[in-house]
Write a protein that binds this ligand. Structure first.
Ligand code: GRG
Length: 288
């Protein structure tokens, strides 16, 4: 599988669909719709929607059926980044290689609400109706997952955090949306329960590994490479894996979790699950 070509073609497909789903930039109020497009088309890697489509493929679904769900996930993710950068949160001026949304337009939550509108366009599967799909994404974005992780993360700043608290933060602020990304892909493909269970385990392990790698990159990479301010975690005394268990142990943990993610897919044929395996390796390799 040619990873570069695969990523490029998936990114193009997702970008075209997002462009269709979003109001034009000149729709009133234009500042709001410009801000939504500014953040959404700022060059994000589209990992969550790509994982969603890959999970649909693994379950032999049609990726076009998963496309609205993939786009809704990217909206939730981008909304969370816009919020994360606000002065009252991580207070950052730089994201996806350009000034943060609030620096250019002020504050915005519109990407959150449009996500649910986009989910409503999805084609339900026999086992998973629209209400199941909506529940999946709402819970992942809600006060016991994404927001729980973010609040715990903010509250942990400057404190001596134990490993189980750190895992709680990472599992909720990051892994929950990644896990739902692959679950929604599988649900759109009408996955049978045991396949959905396997995909869930894959997403949970991969999601945790992903945030650990993100922590590592904040220490080891430059702002230019990351497209966001590097070294902020140490400066803000954030709860991160390198801070709590050290860089080498963090790397080993990310590798261990990625191995578990691969193993979770053992019931899938290697050709069905190839994109998921390749994506898991790609995320791990970002570490270097
Ligand atoms: C309303 C209190 C409240 C919270 C909203 C702000 C928030 C919820 C959550 C923030 C969660 C957060 C920032 C998690 C970090 C996830 C992460 C590792 C992001 C980077 O993902 P990439 O590398 O980025 O996929 P791109 O830009 O490529 O999409």
């Amino acid at each position: 599988m040619d990873l570069k070509a695969y990523l490029r073609s998936r990114q193009r497909k997702i970008d075209r669909a997002l462009d269709r789903y979003l109001p034009r930039a000149n729709t009133k109020p234009a500042t709001l719709h410009k801000a939504m497009r500014y953040s959404l088309f700022a060059g994000g890697k589209r990992l969550r929607p790509i994982l969603c489509l890959a999970a649909a493929e693994a379950c032999r679904g049609n990726i076009d059926d998963a496309l609205p769900l993939a786009c809704a996930l990217e909206c939730i993710h981008t909304y969370s980044l816009v919020h994360d950068d606000l002065p009252s949160m991580d207070n950052d001026d730089f994201r996806r290689g350009r000034p943060t949304c609030h620096k250019v337009f002020g504050d915005g939550i519109a990407l959150l609400t449009i996500a649910f509108e986009i989910v409503s366009r999805a084609k339900p599967a026999p086992r998973y109706n629209i209400s199941a799909l909506l529940r999946e994404i709402s819970v992942a974005a809600g006060s016991q997952k994404l927001i729980a992780g973010q609040v715990a993360d903010l509250e942990a700043e400057g404190k001596d955090v134990k490993r189980d608290q750190l895992q709680f933060i990472h599992e909720n602020k990051t892994a929950a949306i990644l896990k739902s990304s692959v679950r929604l892909g599988a649900m759109s493909a009408n996955a049978e329960p045991k396949k959905l269970f396997a995909i869930t385990r894959f997403g949970q392990r991969l999601g945790l590994a992903f945030q650990i790698i993100d922590d590592i990159l904040d220490v080891t990479q430059t702002s230019e490479i990351l497209g966001k301010s590097a070294g902020k975690d140490v400066a803000a005394k954030k709860a991160t894996y390198p801070a709590v268990i050290g860089l080498e142990k963090s790397r080993a943990e990310a590798r261990r979790l990625t191995r578990q993610a691969h193993n979770a897919l053992s019931m899938f044929s290697s050709s069905d699950a190839e994109p998921l395996h390749v994506l898991a390796n790609y995320l791990l390799e970002r570490e270097y």
